[in-house]
Design a protein. Structure first.
Lengths: 78, 265
């Protein structure tokens, strides 16, 4: 498998559910939860985790910086 | 992430050694007070990334404006000053003159820089003070309730122009960036947007370049960021970004306007 494997972690309580990350994701990895956080926002989460490449696009456009991105190095992916 | 099925695979990826992106540590724990999807957060995040990566945390002083970002010093863990309406560029001048070794930036909106503080802004640019001005243009007075700003587009509906801005009555939108690029004091003038990852990367490069030029005392560096105001424009964040692409960019084209003291556009 040549594609890098990635994952995101969203700080749920600080996410404001603006959905800008959804349009920035090239692989449609991100969707909104049906539940809300303490402020009443639906928050971003991974709906298609296997497609994530860890490209950091979602984190770059996130106005509140709530997304952390992790990526396995290509060599370590079996 | 309770809402999704967290497989073992994901847990193998989410390990400290695999971390490739995280918000800069130069932010306080306090969440931003901006509306969901507002460009202010993205711009300030990019700015803090640059400050952290350049290792100039102790040497940077910012000036906050009046507007939505009036309390930006509460979120950023750097030295900051807050100037009265429109006077951030003048306050930054004073700061830079008494502390010439510091990196000084002012962060201003269009109501602040291009309307209330036009006098201070233009003369600061004309004097060629060695500061960086970050000018956030969303074509509206965001904080006070979405009134028309000098930068509002023709036919743009705001709370004070409910039938749209009319040129014959309210004049034309002010391209202050092109205007100050004509002045000999400005050295680097550039226009950006932060609604796409590519735009954020370009803005980051521009801020790095501006701080490097400031170290060489080249003159004033000016970065305009065309941004959205989804609350003022009465749109969702994603829709407002589309509206910005379709309406703002034709009038405020992105790219460098002045590089190395020479007009390129």
């Amino acid at each position: 498998m040549s594609k890098a494997k990635g994952a995101i972690v969203v700080d749920k309580e600080k996410c404001k559910g603006c959905e800008v990350c959804i349009t920035a994701c090239p692989h449609q990895v991100i969707g909104m939860t049906s539940t809300v956080n303490a402020k009443g926002y639906r928050v971003a989460s991974m709906v298609l985790p296997e497609a994530c490449t860890g490209c950091t696009n979602c984190a770059l456009v996130c106005p509140d910086g709530v997304i952390s991105v992790y990526r396995l190095k290509a060599a370590s992916v079996a | 992430m309770e809402s999704i099925d967290v497989s073992m695979d994901i847990n193998e990826i989410i390990k400290p050694e695999n971390l490739v992106y995280k918000k800069s540590s130069l932010f306080e724990e306090k969440p931003f007070s901006y509306c969901p999807g507002c460009g202010h957060g993205t711009i300030q995040r990019t700015l803090m990334e640059v400050v952290e990566e350049m290792g100039i945390t102790e040497d940077v002083v910012g000036v906050a404006p009046v507007g939505c970002s009036v309390t930006m010093y509460e979120f950023l863990d750097i030295d900051m000053l807050q100037a009265p309406h429109g006077r951030a560029a003048a306050a930054a001048t004073g700061l830079k003159r008494v502390l010439p070794d510091k990196y000084v930036f002012s962060y201003q909106g269009d109501g602040d820089f291009a309307a209330i503080g036009t006098g201070e802004s233009i003369h600061t640019c004309n004097r060629g003070e060695n500061i960086l001005v970050i000018f956030v243009n969303n074509g509206i007075y965001g904080m006070t309730g979405g009134q028309m700003a000098p930068t509002s587009l023709i036919n743009m509906k705001t709370s004070t122009t409910p039938y749209g801005r009319k040129q014959e009555q309210m004049g034309s939108p002010l391209k202050i960036t092109e205007l100050i690029a004509q002045l000999p004091g400005t050295y680097y003038v550039s226009r950006h947007a932060v609604h796409t990852p590519a735009g954020v990367r370009k803005l980051k490069k521009a801020i790095i370049k501006s701080f490097e030029l400031q170290k060489e005392n080249k003159g004033l560096c000016f970065i305009e960021v065309v941004s959205n105001c989804n609350s003022g424009w009465k749109m969702t964040p994603v829709k407002s970004n589309q509206w910005m692409e379709e309406n703002m960019f034709p009038f405020y084209p992105l790219g460098d306007i002045k590089v190395d003291g020479k007009l390129v556009k």
